[in-house]
Design a protein around this ligand. Structure first.
Ligand SMILES: C[S@@+](CC[C@H](N)C(=O)[O-])C[C@H]1O[C@@H](n2cnc3c(N)ncnc32)[C@H](O)[C@@H]1O
Length: 225
């Protein structure tokens, strides 16, 4: 048996031992975390979430974050997407979340609901101009009821889009998380009128069994009606 095999067996035994300390429901979650290559890679690269790799993939595919870009990260906690935006050359990044976020050098982090009026003035001051990218990885608490969860996430995505309309620079990009079924009806039509290109994407890092996917709209046209 090679040393590598012995090593991986040992690691598996440690994982199982660690997982056994927990209730069956959290055991399942823990085992999934422990065996997830993106969790391991995030730890190795100092990212706060495995979600960081979703943004890396989206940026590699669509070229969203240019050098010196101003970026707004909606639903930023624990901070993976904010870290990626900075690493990819953004000059100003504002992360907003209902939850506390530990400081990230180079970013401004605001605790609160992105819909609060106070956010508008704070943002204009911090960014020093309109945003080049408004991105939302926001997720509402899920209920387990598929139709309700779909409506909730669509509602949040629509509000994020309203926010983008107010803050994006011409030519800017908007990214939002959705559930499968994607952007539909009115929202999709609106996006197609106001952006040069609208695409759906399911990054490799997005779990196969999750209904999540992302909508990426580029080339914002504020004057289009
Ligand atoms: C999946 S997490 C984001 C992970 C993040 N992209 C990362 O890489 O670390 C979704 C976040 O959306 C936040 N959220 C949900 N509704 C929000 C709202 N109305 N305003 C601000 N943040 C919100 C939640 O608190 C949660 O932290």
């Amino acid at each position: 048996m090679t040393e590598e095999t012995i090593g991986s067996r040992r690691r598996a035994a440690v994982r199982l031992k660690a997982a056994r300390k927990h209730k069956p429901s959290s055991q399942k979650w823990l085992l999934r975390q422990l065996n997830d290559p993106y969790v391991a890679a995030a730890k190795e690269r100092g990212f706060r979430s495995r979600a960081a790799f979703k943004l890396i993939e989206l940026d590699e595919k669509f070229g969203l974050i240019g050098k010196g870009a101003r970026v707004v990260d909606l639903g930023a906690a624990p901070g993976g997407w904010t870290q990626v935006a900075l690493e990819r050359g953004a000059s100003r990044v504002v992360g907003i979340d209902l939850l506390d976020i530990d400081p990230i050098a180079g970013a401004t982090l605001i605790k609160g609901d992105f819909q609060d009026e106070s956010m508008e003035t704070a943002l204009a001051e911090i960014l020093g101009g309109p945003a080049d990218v408004v991105m939302s990885d926001m997720a509402p608490n899920t209920t387990g009821h598929t139709a309700t969860d779909h409506l909730r996430i669509m509602g949040l995505a629509e509000l994020a889009l309203d926010f983008a309309f107010k803050h994006l620079a011409p030519g800017g990009a908007f990214v939002t998380k959705l559930f499968q079924g994607g952007a539909q009806g009115d929202m999709l039509n609106l996006l197609k009128r106001r952006f040069a290109q609208v695409r759906h994407a399911k990054p490799e890092a997005s779990r196969k069994d999750s209904r999540e996917l992302y909508l990426v709209a580029t080339g914002y046209r504020p004057d289009a009606s």
